[in-house]
Design a protein around this ligand. Structure first.
Ligand code: ATP
Ligand code: MG
Length: 203
């Protein structure tokens, strides 16, 4: 994959469960894109977030994808990727990187993670492949300690405002009948309302 100018595409990947997507995700993606001169950042919707599914209910992938599409709409330089949905099964970033080496040859990959996720990179499947295949980008996150991966992982740090918002807190607010306006794009609120998501669920 090259740009029209002929240089390799700098492709950012922000993977997530996005249950629901919120302004923290959008700021992480958009600010990383600007800071590192990325051509585009893909919001990669996990098909099966294997580190979560045994600990918490996860909404159907079709609902999460609809919300992510609504969240990305109109945001310059962001796109939605269904690569992990199409692959199915457990979603491993190492598999995504391997697939992109074939489908986007020559693209330079940047895996963007929040500080909380960065701390757990060693728990990912085939972490050596992630380390070799992409530049890790760590963004700040409220409540998370040092914005860095475990020792030995090279990374770029992008400073962003620490927006104290999480999908978990948003699910709780919807369940409790509290507003989430401003914390998610309006289109995401509409999808949540229209599909009756997060009402009466245990979060
Ligand atoms: P949950 O509470 O269900 O874990 P979440 O808000 O952490 O949801 P995820 O889909 O788990 O959202 O996160 C996807 C990626 O986005 C992770 O790398 C995570 O660290 C990052 N991220 C999520 N929220 C923020 C935020 N407010 N600031 C910076 N990074 C964030
Ligand atoms: Mg999370």
């Amino acid at each position: 994959m090259t740009t029209t100018a002929g240089y390799p595409t700098r492709l950012g990947l922000l993977g997530g469960t996005f249950d629901p997507p919120h302004i923290g995700h959008l700021v992480a993606a958009a600010w990383s894109r600007q800071a590192l001169g990325l051509d585009v950042v893909w919001l990669v919707v996990a098909h099966r977030p294997w580190q979560k599914v045994d600990r918490q209910p996860v909404s159907p992938v079709a609902d999460r994808l609809a919300m992510v599409r609504a969240a990305a709409e109109g945001v310059e330089g962001l796109a939605v990727s269904t690569i992990e949905i199409e692959r199915g099964g457990d979603s491993y970033t190492a598999d995504t990187i391997a697939e992109l080496a074939v489908t986007e040859p020559g693209a330079e990959l940047f895996v963007i993670v929040g500080a909380d996720t960065a701390a757990g990179l060693d728990t990912w499947v085939r972490p050596d492949e992630v380390q070799r295949g992409a530049t890790i980008v760590v963004v700040d996150r409220a409540g998370a300690a040092s914005p860095a991966p475990p020792v030995g992982w090279p990374f770029e740090r992008v400073e962003i405002p620490r927006l104290d918002v999480s999908s978990t807190a948003l699910r709780t607010r919807v369940r409790d009948g509290l507003p989430i306006d401003g914390l998610v794009p309006a289109g995401v609120s509409s999808v949540i309302r229209a599909r009756g998501l997060y009402r009466g669920v245990s979060v």
